[in-house]
Design a protein around this ligand. Structure first.
Ligand code: 0X9
Ligand code: ZN
Ligand code: ZN
Length: 304
């Protein structure tokens, strides 16, 4: 049975997605953007009041299988949208003026594997030629300095970049969706854990992004909104200098594809529990993260 304050398995998340769309037809719609290596559907929720020429914010969760608080946040976000529409003026305004594309679990095969077989799994589950090791790191598989730094060419490593950019079906499905909607998507938010960081391009190079100053200012505002709730400390900055240089990431790719407001969240905590964040922290983590996401969305609504 589904709960916003527990970790839900993939079947429960998929059933929840279908339900929340069916219960809120004027606000939420469900589609499928692709199919995983093992044949699982990749579902996408579109959240917003219908309108013409709306700008959109794309949010994905569950890139890395073991980062369970990430899919929990995507579910929380959709719940808050549905519950606050028509009640909270700020959220109503956001949903009237923007569409949010929410992809609750990108790495569906990996997520299932982290539930059934190995809790600390990260990658996909695709078979690698001439290797007994499975999977590619989806966040090293995008066409952004692909396989040049902070990544591995060894299929047995957790940061294996794959055989080519977008070699993974999941990467291709996500990139195809963004390319198809590049005219409307103004922000790309990808939710990971853990380390309490808000990162923006670049990670594949130490060069600063053309929009560095604006991205930094927006990050600062988003982090201060987040911290205002419970005092949770976040650091922010370009990926390469804030976390580590690493190429092939979706944030850098989306930015170079033309999505200016491109951010990676690394949610709680800073390592005490790490990926095994207790369920008691789902609610506070999601509530504080909502403030940062709404801050960015408001900025995009007014400035993009
Ligand atoms: O290394 C990653 O993919 C992310 N950290 S995680 O611990 N969740 O794996 C950080 C991604 C930052 N952005 C890029 N490297 N492009
Ligand atoms: Zn991650
Ligand atoms: Zn709330």
């Amino acid at each position: 049975v589904h709960s916003y304050e527990k970790y839900n398995d993939l079947d429960t998340i998929n059933a929840w997605s279908a339900n929340i769309a069916a219960q809120n037809p004027s606000l939420v719609s469900l589609s499928q953007i692709g199919t995983s290596y093992q044949g699982r559907p990749m579902y996408l929720l579109k959240v917003g009041k219908s309108g013409t020429n709306k700008k959109a914010v794309f949010i994905d969760c569950g890139f890395h299988a073991r980062e369970w608080v990430s899919p929990a946040f995507c579910q929380w976000f959709v719940k808050e949208a549905v519950n606050n529409y028509g009640r909270d003026a700020q959220f109503t305004n956001l949903l009237n003026n923007l569409d949010f594309y929410v992809l609750p679990v990108v790495n569906v095969d990996g997520y299932v594997h982290s539930w059934t077989t190995y809790r600390m799994w990260r990658k996909t589950l695709s078979v690698n030629k001439n290797s007994a090791c499975l999977g590619t790191d989806l966040n090293r598989n995008f066409n952004a300095g692909w396989c040049t730094t902070g990544t591995s060419k060894n299929p047995c490593d957790d940061t294996y970049c794959g055989t080519a950019p977008e070699s993974e079906k999941e990467t291709k499905a996500l990139a195809d969706f963004i390319r198809s909607n590049i005219g409307s998507i103004k922000a790309y938010l990808t939710i990971h854990s853990y380390l309490q960081m808000l990162l923006f391009p670049y990670s594949y190079t130490k060069s600063l992004a053309k929009d560095h100053n604006e991205l930094n200012t927006v990050a600062k505002g988003a982090v201060s909104a987040l911290t205002s709730l419970y005092g949770t400390q976040y650091t922010y900055g370009p990926g390469a200098s804030t976390i580590y240089p690493a190429s092939g990431g979706s944030d850098d790719w989306a930015y170079d594809a033309g999505v200016k407001y491109s951010y990676t969240f690394e949610l709680r905590d800073k390592g005490r529990y790490g990926f095994a964040l207790p369920e008691s922290q789902i609610k506070p983590t999601c509530e504080e993260t909502m403030l940062a996401v709404k801050y960015i969305a408001n900025y995009v609504m007014k400035n993009a």
